[in-house]
Ligand binder design. Structure first.
Ligand SMILES: *[C@@H]1O[C@H](CO)[C@@H](O)[C@H](O)[C@H]1NC(C)=O
Ligand SMILES: *[C@@H]1O[C@H](CO)[C@@H](O)[C@H](O)[C@H]1NC(C)=O
Ligand SMILES: *[C@@H]1O[C@H](CO)[C@@H](O)[C@H](O)[C@H]1NC(C)=O
Length: 593
């Protein structure tokens, strides 16, 4: 069934100067109810309110509508609107009760009421005539001007429904996202993080940040007030801020609450997220006391909703436990776009109406942390060690064997099998997480696929290699070295792109520095060993002895180059210590994201 009943009564009082509109003939504001002058709507709570003498009506009925305030006002513009289509223009005609103070304005299909002069008024009474073809639910809206530069735009008034009409969930896809009664503005003070974990639950990014502070802070708090929960959401956002309740850590089947900026206004709405697509907007009576503000690039919104929502069965019950998602992103014409960074997801499930807790969360899904860690272990450390062993340690340990093979070969093979296995495991994870190919990850996934292919090619070539004395052996050696080197270069590029991916964005510039440091460290170690092996570094015995040892082809009998061997082992040890240091820093960073 459709809750297609929005009756809005809007009073817009528009003054370029008070003289321009002091006669109340402000038809230009009929549609928008916005005063088109240089000032903006007050952010203080409005001192005025609308009341009706009945919340039910039948076509042809007259409903008395009263605008009253704690203080005087000079101008106003009041309208009734279809609750299900509040931007559809005024609904029904009014009858003025005091033509000295109020007058009718013809506005589209219906009429609006405005002031006749700029005289101070305390109260206005008018009658609204329910039309024969009235929408089932109608809301009233009013814009009130106190002084020419002090006014409140679109103060939401009462919502009335036709007798016999049961307001219910609308067809979710058929409803515009402007279906919410206009909320009232919030005072400009930031929300308070005081009481987080004591009187209310909070989810903050960065952890423990203060919304009042100078640095960006995304802030969600909720506290139980009897049968309702008060939610406050704020953060630096130009487009939208939202949070969602979810049964799992995946997007989809979530209960979403959104604050979406539309010009100078912020629309607060609740929606249902079926999949990883646009939310389906649902109008419901479940959000109460909606208030918002948007200034200096910081958006704030606040609302209450019942723990139980019998009147809107689409909403989740707040006595159950959920993961909380917090997201922000751009909008285009009031339509939300995909978030430009991953949503923050609470570490644990939380009973919304439960005891206050200071919650923690992460923007990086666990599965992507595993991906990053596996790839870094494989391509920062394991592969480098494997290459160094194969290239510079072939003559080491000539007298010992490991499981019937030379030591260097066994170590090399073990490290490379380890590398390929980690790569394969790490390669699958993003596909599992995304449920397919990610079009927004740039070159990283393409390079990753090339790397995976090369990494698989290496063991296949190694298995098919010709025996050591074969004439074609040089081809294998050459291919194995080239493919390996290309793979290493691609791996470096992929890692640099990887640490900037949305789903695992490591802190900058620190992470790039650490990764670059580890690359330089590895290159330095290899250069040192390379120079040494070519005799350019005179450590250990003389060049000629090396030559002799190699030429003799009998390593066991050759003159042992003890000092050179010691040098290589020292370089390897120092390299490994530094490399593992760099790796640990990155793994630690990932683990703490
Ligand atoms: C509301 O006021 C109008 C006009 O005075 C009257 O006709 C109508 O019966 C009133 N409705 C109720 C429910 O009192
Ligand atoms: C009331 O509004 C309707 C359109 O909704 C218009 O056709 C009609 O003339 C108006 N009635 C009066 C009495 O102004
Ligand atoms: C939450 O409330 C509903 C309705 O009152 C009830 O059916 C459900 O068991 C409650 N859940 C928990 C976890 O208490």
């Amino acid at each position: 069934m459709r809750v297609k009943i929005l009756l809005s009564l809007v009073l817009a009082l528009l003054f370029k100067t008070i003289a321009a509109y002091s006669n109340g003939k402000i038809r230009s504001a009929c549609e928008s109810l916005k005063p088109e002058h240089g000032y903006s709507s007050s952010t203080d709570p409005p001192p005025y309110k609308l009341t009706v003498n009945s919340s039910k009506f039948s076509p042809g009925d007259q409903i008395q509508v009263t605008l009253s305030g704690a203080t005087f006002f000079k101008g106003f513009l009041m309208e009734a609107r279809d609750f299900g289509n509040p931007e559809g223009g005024p609904v029904g005609n009014f009858t003025v009760m005091d033509s000295a103070k109020s007058q009718l304005l013809k506005c589209g299909q219906g009429s609006a009421v405005s002031h006749t002069s700029a005289g101070k008024k305390m109260e206005i009474r008018v009658l609204w005539n329910a039309p024969e073809n009235s929408p089932p639910v109608v809301s009233f809206l009013v814009t009130v001007v106190q002084h020419y530069n002090v006014y409140w735009e679109r103060i939401p008034g009462p919502v009335i429904s036709q007798s016999g009409v049961v307001p219910s969930l609308p067809n979710p896809t058929a409803v515009t996202d402007k279906g919410q009664a206009t909320p009232s503005p919030l005072p400009p003070q930031p929300f308070s993080s005081e009481g987080c974990g004591k009187t209310k639950s909070c989810l903050r990014d960065p952890a423990g940040c203060v919304p009042a502070g100078g640095s960006p802070c995304f802030f969600l708090s909720f506290s139980v007030e009897g049968e309702a929960v008060l939610f406050e959401l704020s953060g630096p956002a130009d487009g939208y801020l939202s949070f969602a309740l979810s049964m799992d850590k995946w997007m989809g089947n979530d209960d979403v609450y959104m604050c979406v900026r539309d010009g100078k206004r912020v629309d607060v709405s609740a929606a249902y997220l079926r999949g990883r697509t646009h939310p389906e907007n649902i109008i419901q009576g479940a959000l109460r006391d909606v208030a918002w503000s948007w200034s200096d690039g910081v958006m704030k919104c606040r609302f209450r909703r019942g723990i139980y929502t019998p009147q809107s069965p689409g909403r989740f019950l707040l006595n159950e436990s959920y993961y909380l998602f917090m997201a922000h992103g751009p909008t285009n014409n009031g339509k939300i776009h995909r978030h430009d960074c991953q949503p923050l997801i609470s570490t644990n499930q939380k009973v919304i109406s439960g005891v206050p807790e200071d919650l923690t969360g992460s923007r990086s899904p666990e599965i992507m942390k595993f991906h990053g860690s596996l790839m870094l272990i494989a391509w920062m450390t394991s592969v480098s060690a494997g290459v160094i062993i194969a290239r510079y340690f072939r003559d080491e340990w000539p007298d010992s064997a490991l499981f019937g093979q030379t030591v260097w070969f066994q170590v090399h093979r073990a490290l490379m099998i380890f590398t390929v296995s980690l790569t394969f495991l790490g390669f699958i994870l993003p596909f599992v997480y995304r449920g397919g190919w990610s079009r927004r990850a740039g070159a990283h996934p393409y390079l990753g696929c090339v790397l995976m292919t090369l990494a698989l090619l290496q063991p296949i070539m190694a298995i098919c290699r010709p025996p050591p004395d074969s004439e074609r052996r040089w081809m294998f050696n050459w291919l194995h070295l080239s493919v390996g080197t290309v793979a290493e270069v691609i791996a470096v590029l992929t890692m640099f792109l990887g640490i900037h991916q949305q789903a695992l964005r490591l802190p900058e510039p620190g992470s790039t520095t650490v990764l670059a440091g580890s690359i330089v460290w590895g290159v330095a170690a290899r250069l040192l060993l390379e120079f040494h092996s070519r005799g350019l570094l005179k450590i250990g015995t003389s060049n000629s002895t090396d030559q002799e040892a190699i030429l003799s082809g009998q390593p066991g009998q050759s003159v042992r180059d003890d000092k050179g061997s010691q040098f290589r082992k020292v370089v390897l040890t120092v390299f490994l210590c530094g490399n593992i240091g760099f790796l640990s820093v990155l793994l630690y960073t990932i683990n703490n994201m």
